[in-house]
Design a protein. Structure first.
Length: 276
């Protein structure tokens, strides 16, 4: 990451990190109040209808009285990090230098903890901007193993969440992600490969391939995020952390025979697996 307070010139930092100078000096324009409102409405529409693309989201915004073009809807969706969920021109493309892995979960019976983990990123609206949330979930138990909140889509916060999950809970047999550049980055893939974890990737735009994480986002948004107006990243982290703790320890799931994610995880964890 570029540190503008470091005595080493930014140009030198760029050369050492292999980054372009133009990208390092670029300062993004602030988001207007209208666009923040639009992004909130796009997020709400996506949570209710995750298979809808930019055209149907634009229709929904028009019904709410927002006169907005489809290109602007696409641009905001991209800025919100939805490019891995929606099949749209050139925005859902993975990084051209990154390898794409096959989808390994088709017809697979997932019955035990640490058999399959999954991850995804979602948008968190803030009163004066927005943030991004990544979570690592155990597929069989629905347990959220780790999470991170960031104000950028740099892959580092996803890598940190992955490393924390492995440190606390061991390693899964398979790790499933979408084709977003954060999850196809060398740093993220490198952690998986060093631990001998098989890598599975969803097809482009196939939100159903990661349906349990999508359901987690829906619950989080309607039960926590949309009811609050976080004043700071620190407050958002604290409140979201409280929600995840309640979700893991107290939320019973019909699909888990009325167990909580914690109960389902520990009851199906293979005995030979040791965790920190």
């Amino acid at each position: 990451m570029i540190d503008r307070q470091d005595p080493l010139p930014v140009s030198r930092q760029c050369r050492l990190l292999g980054l372009s100078r133009s990208g390092c000096y670029y300062t993004p324009r602030p988001v207007s109040e209208r666009d923040l409102d639009l992004m909130r409405k796009i997020d709400e529409h996506h949570i209710s209808h995750p298979s809808h693309g930019s055209r149907r989201i634009q229709d929904g915004l028009l019904d709410l009285g927002f006169a907005v073009g489809r290109d602007h809807v696409r641009s905001l969706m991209c800025r919100m990090g939805f490019e891995a969920v929606y099949p749209k021109p050139r925005l859902s493309q993975p990084h051209p230098a990154h390898k794409i892995y096959p989808y390994l979960l088709r017809s697979l019976s997932i019955t035990r903890a640490n058999q399959v983990w999954a991850t995804d990123i979602t948008y968190i609206p803030m009163p004066r901007g927005f943030a991004y949330l990544v979570a690592i979930m155990d597929w069989a138990s629905r347990k959220t193993l780790s999470w991170r909140l960031s104000n950028t889509l740099d892959p580092s916060f996803c890598v940190e969440a992955l490393e924390e999950a492995i440190a606390k809970f061991g390693v899964p047999e398979i790790f499933n992600t979408d084709q977003g550049s954060q999850f196809t980055s060398d740093d993220f893939i490198g952690v998986l490969e060093r631990h001998g974890i098989r890598i599975s990737m969803d097809g482009k735009g196939r939100w159903m391939d990661n349906v349990f994480v999508e359901r987690l986002w829906r619950s989080l948004k309607y039960e926590e995020v949309y009811l609050k107006a976080y004043e700071s990243m620190a407050e958002a982290r604290e409140q979201i952390g409280i929600w995840f703790d309640h979700y893991n320890r107290k939320r019973r799931h019909q699909g888990l025979n009325r167990q909580t994610p914690d109960q389902a995880y520990w009851s199906t964890l293979p005995r030979e697996v040791s965790v920190a």
